[in-house]
Design a protein around this ligand. Structure first.
Ligand code: G16
Length: 543
């Protein structure tokens, strides 16, 4: 095996966003682009020689090609062993399981998550550290700095590795193990959940649909739901992972998971519906003609956690990202445990989980997870719900309505304005910020402003500081509007407007969220000039 040292020069903009480096496939296809980034990851790390690296991806276009390149660079950089999912596949949470279980030094996950795939779609690469979670900001900053000064990378000139066969092979001194992408993940789920009671639920005629959206969770969900739990064949739909996700947008929300939504809101709808995204870390939960917001889902799981074997001793705490609704806070109050508010990005939960301060974490962006891994975990959330349904034998809707009756309802919605001109989006945020000094105490409709700030976070464990995490406006009645620019888009800017209104009165809980939030929606536009700056007269996606 020959190791070649190739001269290169930096590419602009290899900056890691909310979750890794995401770009169009054509950007990654430029000669040296991927190589530069991977070598920059390794150059920014210390002490990995001889250690284990986990590699896998969501199966999107370019996944296999990228893995071959990464294997060759890893061998040239003296990793001792690489664990690769068969056919290059690993869901993000499964990669986290493997890193933890086999005490790997870290992992590289190839995915642009819920962004569309295919030759004209998006590709992405994330680095996870030894706790199994996304690299924190000090690591991602160091990688970015390295990309700006890289002058060479090292690569072996070996032939491509056959990723289709389980087993071991060797490149120079580095061992490559092709492993079953599903087995270790399933073993962990069996420890956490009551598979017997879920099996009995299906035996009683319970009906469910899981939409894998032609993305990575297909094999995982088919194995667990249909083979292990005995759900009828066809329970998992769109279960074969495809390089372009069948032309779809693998984002489990009411807009993009329309195949499932049509079924769940149609005639003879199943009792439970769920979907996951490109790389398997997101989840959407539906009952019969009933949508559970991710914020409510986190709150319901927290309130019912002791019904599930893996959480029967209770929760250490709950953590949610700042724009996620405060529904979980009410549960934390009741349970007398801490509720942490972090910036958007799963990486901010890692320290809290490692320090044992929180057990459950959740985000409004269809992300829910727990201390079992250091990523959000789509299928885990679905199994958690299924375990609750098996334990309570009530409908999804009844469980959620009973929850609102006890804790009050946090009406919640996110309005996205995608592909906005970047300068206009920045100007909107600057304009909003410039009004903050005279907003306090001002009345908008029936809402009086209590506070407004640009959210900053001091990590309670390592005391690192993250500034500029979104504009928050809180009202005296407990309502909130949050404005943020997404960190995961690849075209222009995406403005996210998060709206929340707290209602204690059970008689009003039946209202549709957009109706209950109508006044706040107007206030948001009045405050930020959304129409004026973006040129949009309505959001491109409402969740
Ligand atoms: C990523 C992050 C999440 C974040 C989401 C949306 O999810 O892991 O923590 O909430 O992006 O981020 P933004 O609002 O900046 O677009 P995923 O599923 O894309 O990896």
């Amino acid at each position: 095996m020959n190791i070649q040292t190739i001269s290169t020069s930096p590419f602009e903009g290899q900056i890691l966003g909310t979750s890794g480096l995401r770009k169009k496939v054509s950007v990654f296809q430029q000669p040296h682009y991927l190589e530069n980034f991977v070598q920059s990851i390794f150059d920014s790390l210390e002490g990995f020689q001889g250690k284990t690296l986990v590699i896998g991806g969501d199966g999107r276009y370019y996944n296999q090609i990228a893995i071959q390149t990464i294997l060759k660079i890893a061998a040239a950089n003296d990793f001792g062993q690489v664990l690769v999912g068969q056919n290059g596949l690993l869901s993000t949470p499964a990669a986290s399981v493997l890193i933890r279980k086999y005490q790997a030094f870290g992992g590289i996950i190839l995915s642009a998550s819920h962004n569309p795939g295919g030759q004209d779609g998006d590709f992405g690469i994330k680095y996870n550290i030894s706790n199994g979670g996304p690299a924190p900001e000090n690591v991602t900053d160091a990688i970015y700095e390295q990309t700006e000064k890289i002058s060479e990378y090292r690569i072996t000139d070996t032939v491509d590795i056959d990723l289709t066969q389980l087993g071991e092979t060797q490149v120079g001194k580095m061992k490559i193990k092709i492993i079953d992408p599903v087995a270790d993940y399933v073993a962990l789920m069996e420890q956490l959940f009551d598979f017997e009671s879920m099996k009995a639920l299906f035996q009683s005629g319970f009906t469910m649909r899981f939409d894998a959206m032609h993305a990575i969770t297909g094999p995982y969900a088919t194995h667990i739901l249909e083979e292990k739990l005995g759900a009828p064949q066809g329970t998992v739909m769109n279960g074969i992972p495809l390089e372009d996700f069948g032309g779809g947008h693998p984002d489990p929300n009411l807009t993009y998971a329309h195949d499932l939504v049509d079924i769940m809101y149609g005639e003879n709808a199943p009792q439970f519906g769920a979907a996951s995204d490109g790389d398997g870390d997101r989840n959407m939960i539906l009952g019969t003609s009933f949508f559970v917001t991710p914020s409510d889902s986190l709150a319901v799981l927290a309130a019912n956690a002791t019904l599930v074997p893996g959480y029967q001793d209770g929760l250490a705490g709950i953590a949610r990202s700042m724009p996620t609704s405060e529904a979980a806070d009410h549960v934390a109050d009741e349970l007398d445990i801490d509720c942490y508010e972090t910036p958007t990005g799963w990486k901010f939960f890692g320290n809290l989980l490692d320090a044992g301060k929180t057990t459950l974490c959740g985000e409004e962006s269809f992300g829910t997870g727990s201390s079992h891994v250091r990523e959000k975990d789509g299928l885990w959330a679905v199994l958690f719900w299924l375990n609750l349904l098996a334990a309570r034998r009530q409908s999804v809707e009844t469980i959620v309505r009973e929850h609102w009756a006890k804790y009050g309802r946090n009406f919640y919605s996110r309005h996205d304005y995608e592909g906005v001109d970047e300068q206009a989006a920045t100007e909107l945020m600057e304009h909003l910020y410039s009004t903050f000094s005279h907003l306090s105490g001002k009345q908008f409709g029936s809402h009086v402003v209590e506070y407004c700030d640009n959210f900053g976070y001091i990590d309670p464990v390592d005391h690192s500081i993250s500034q500029d995490q979104g504009m928050r406006i809180g009202f005296q009645d407990g309502s909130r509007i949050v404005f943020r620019l997404s960190g995961t888009g690849t075209k222009g800017a995406t403005l996210r407007v998060y709206l929340e209104f707290y209602e204690e009165d059970t008689a009003k809980h039946h209202l549709d969220a957009q109706t209950a939030l109508a006044e706040l929606i107007k206030v948001a536009d009045e405050m930020a000039g959304i129409k004026k700056y973006t040129g949009y007269d309505k959001p491109s996606v409402i969740t």
